[in-house]
Design a protein around this ligand. Sequence first.
Ligand code: PAF
Length: 297
Amino acid sequence: MRIIETIAKLRAAIAEWRRGNPGGTVGFVPTMGYLHDGHASLIRRSAAENGLTVVSVFVNPLQFGPNEDFDRYPRDPERDRRVAKAAGCDLLFAPAVTEMYPRPAAARVVIRELTDRLCGASRPGHFDGVGTVVTKLLHIVMPDSAYFGMKDAQQVAVIERMVEDLNFPVRIVPCETVREPDGLAMSSRNVYLNAEERRQAVILHETLKLAEEIFAEPGMTPGRLMAAMREHIRRAPLADTDYAEVLTWPDLQPPEEKPFGEMPPGSRFIAALAVRFGRTRLIDNRLLEIRTPAGKE
Ligand code: PAF
């Protein structure tokens, strides 16, 4: 695995690989580092599907609000190298902030749809920052496929839409969330939790499991489902709900308030949560789909 810190060297290394491997494909896993098993699963998938896997580690200041955790976001470059290498990364791109943003940018990506709810509502400007850095990274790497974890489902929806709207020549591959043994979604931010917060953080997973179970109950509506989710989170005394919502997927619109049973088969929804434990904000989600009645496929 090569570690590369400049855009010019990364482009040269990828171009050289492409020249030596005509028809070979490049997979890309963008990350903010502090790699865990969730990231490793994205890297392994890319390595299984492509001849060359590029991983970026860059804590992107543009996607953090003024009162967010940019400065204290966890960083461990040594471990990142080990995890990336073991998972099958070929080129690890770790640029400095000045390499990615040598001067204040005049051009930026603005995502207007899909961002006024969920994390977009709680973190104004966050998805413009994500859209801008992902655009830059995709233009630098020019991968055939880029791999994103579904824990950040709104991010996946936003990036898929950006790539479609702006005709980026890349396949976006959403990948399943990797969980700790008790069900907590893996996240670099889990490290902030103290022992009691960590114990109670399983409430996110439990609430989504409950949502999945009761979603198909007769008469269940989006409003009732959201109320049940909010009620369930209250069982964890340290949990402070930022949002607990059910929206259409992938458009992220509020669904009509009528029983799910009366909605067309194949309709998809997302049950999404953001819950604070002290200063730590955790997110998780579950996709729900109205099943086609048996025998009607
Ligand atoms: O999901 C993340 O870690 C970041 O939002 C991403 C996609 C690497 C952009 O900075």
